[in-house]
Design a protein around this ligand. Structure first.
Ligand code: ZN
Ligand code: ZN
Length: 191
């Protein structure tokens, strides 16, 4: 049995694309325990890293310290051969899950990727009670919790302006029968 501590640089695209992840080159701190067992080496470990992303409510940047545990069996190449002889050859699914030692080395990257991604929040928030953005104008409600718009929405005011303009055009351009819809809108305006 052997214990190892290593600090390595994070590989590219470690995380949930566009949401949160560990930036490429940022330190990953590893504590590993390597155990020699019959069919290979059992690797048990912990990874610590700092992930950065955006709050899903207000888009402010978010930083999270994360810690993830993992355990993986790396088999000797010949252990697999023995397995193949004993089992039906078409057991491809089982093959994919088996990781192997190659020339006395094991590749921890896929294991670390799985561990880190599982430890990341799917919907990171800057704080639990983040108020998010105003749905009307995009202002951060965290900066101004009392922010609100008057009952008449400015966007509808702009559309009302368009209705009047359309109607004016039709008076000029169309023969007598303006559509009911435009007339209805015009009546509402007058009231
Ligand atoms: Zn937020
Ligand atoms: Zn607003």
């Amino acid at each position: 049995m052997q214990r190892l501590s290593r600090e390595i640089a994070a590989p590219a695209d470690l995380g949930l694309a566009g949401v949160i992840g560990v930036p490429e080159g940022a330190p990953l701190k590893l504590n590993l325990r390597l155990e020699s067992v019959m069919e290979g080496v059992l690797v048990t470990g912990t990874v610590r890293a700092s992930a950065t992303g955006e709050c899903v409510r207000c888009l402010e940047s978010v930083e999270r310290e994360l810690k993830a545990d993992f355990q993986e069996m790396f088999s000797y190449p010949d252990a697999d051969d023995r397995g193949r002889a004993a089992e039906p050859a078409d057991d491809a699914e089982d093959d994919e899950d088996t990781l192997h030692l190659e020339d006395g080395l094991f590749d921890l990257e896929p294991v670390l990727r799985d561990a880190v991604v599982l430890a990341l929040p799917l919907q990171p928030v800057c704080r639990e009670d983040c108020l998010g953005l105003c749905p009307d104008c995009g202002l951060s409600l965290n900066d101004d919790p009392d922010h609100h718009h008057d009952a008449v929405d400015i966007r509808w005011a702009a559309l009302q302006g368009l209705v009047v303009t359309d109607q004016d055009d039709e008076k000029d351009n169309m023969s007598g029968t303006a559509s009911d819809g435009v007339q209805g809108a015009a009546e509402k305006q007058e009231k």
